[in-house]
Ligand binder design. Structure first.
Ligand code: UDP
Ligand code: MG
Length: 319
């Protein structure tokens, strides 16, 4: 029987915590009764610098519920880093870790299958969304568009998988060796090359509270998902520049020919248009290159991903 840890990041989740804890404890009771997980398995809620009552609620849940443990971060470090903090803390106390969002939009019944697949020899078990009915139309379509762009840029990631997955202790130890700061966990998983499998995940709507992923956080994640793994955008810019060069040479020939033949080049507006277009293409290209330089800047500083303030009630470290 394995000692299972469920790691769940929470940012201003006071509205969902009680329900989330009771659903996960019921799942634990069931899995313990079926002798699939040991009875010192635990749920680790990571408080990612919430400004509401999230941490006091986790503390109270810990007092009244033996499965609930807590990890309090000193400030908000974002979803990916909060998951990393939880996994890196839990890996010393568990045989496998399942990460799931605190709002339980993912299908928690899939956790039992994840454990089965772990027992069958998989180190990584991905929850793959087979239905996203619970997500809004905009979220669904932008996510699918993003997965397409990402794979066309050569980034290997499991299609329609977010951060609902099981990792074995061996995979977590390996993950701890990846020292990068611009974390995009989904892209790192296939890189480790461990045996993996998938389970189906049906997304439901949030049962309380609202999304904590602001548009800017989502754009940040999407940018990291591409620029942390692929330099293809820079290659594309070089290609774009080369095509532009050829085009301007043709323009030069055209201007010379019309000058020699005595025709004045008319069309102020077309010149203005191309000046603006080329100008903005240049700025955009510099921006993309700048994005990579910014990344290098962040990476070389080697700052810690998160800072732990307090840990509540983890079971003994496993050997
Ligand atoms: N989250 C976090 N830090 C943040 C933003 C979000 O830990 O800065 C957590 C949040 O509490 C939730 C999970 O990440 O458990 C996913 O967020 P949310 O459900 O709001 O995103 P959505 O499902 O709408 O994409
Ligand atoms: Mg959610």
């Amino acid at each position: 029987m394995i000692r299972l840890a469920i790691v769940s990041p929470c940012y201003n989740e006071e509205a969902v915590l009680h329900e989330s804890a009771s659903r996960l404890s019921a799942l634990f009771d069931d899995l313990i009764a079926k002798r699939k997980i040991s009875d010192d398995s635990f749920v680790l809620y990571v408080n990612d610098g919430s400004r509401d009552q999230t941490w006091p609620i986790i503390q109270r849940l810990h007092e009244s519920n033996r499965f609930i443990c807590g990890l309090n971060l000193t400030h908000n470090v974002g979803h990916q880093n909060a998951i990393m903090a939880g996994m890196m803390t839990a890996r010393h106390h568990a045989d496998a870790v399942v990460t799931i969002d605190a709002d339980l939009q993912d299908d928690i019944t899939a956790i039992e299958q994840m454990v089965d697949k772990y027992e069958a020899g998989s180190d990584i078990v991905y929850g793959v969304k087979i239905s996203r009915e619970g997500d809004s139309f905009i979220k669904r379509s932008t996510a699918l568009l993003f997965y397409r762009i990402q794979s066309s840029m050569g980034v290997k990631a499991v299609y329609n998988h977010a951060d609902f997955r099981l990792l074995s202790k061996r995979a977590l130890d390996e993950l701890s060796l990846y020292r990068e700061r611009n974390l995009y966990l989904r892209g790192l998983m296939p890189m480790m090359g461990f045996p993996s499998d998938t389970v189906d995940d049906v997304i439901s709507p949030r049962f309380a509270g609202s999304s904590k992923y602001t548009l800017s956080k989502m754009l940040r994640l999407a940018t990291d998902g591409i620029t942390s793994f692929s330099t293809k955008p820079i290659t594309l810019i070089i290609g774009l520049g080369a095509v532009g060069m050829c085009f301007s040479l043709l323009m030069l020939v055209y201007v010379l020919v019309s000058w020699i033949s005595g025709h004045v080049v008319p069309g102020w507006s077309s010149i203005m248009l191309s000046v603006w277009f080329i100008g903005s293409a240049l700025i955009l290209s510099i921006g993309v290159v700048g994005e990579y330089i910014g990344k290098i800047y962040i990476e070389v500083k080697q700052r810690p991903l998160y800072t732990v303030e307090e840990v509540l009630g983890l079971p003994q470290e496993s050997a």
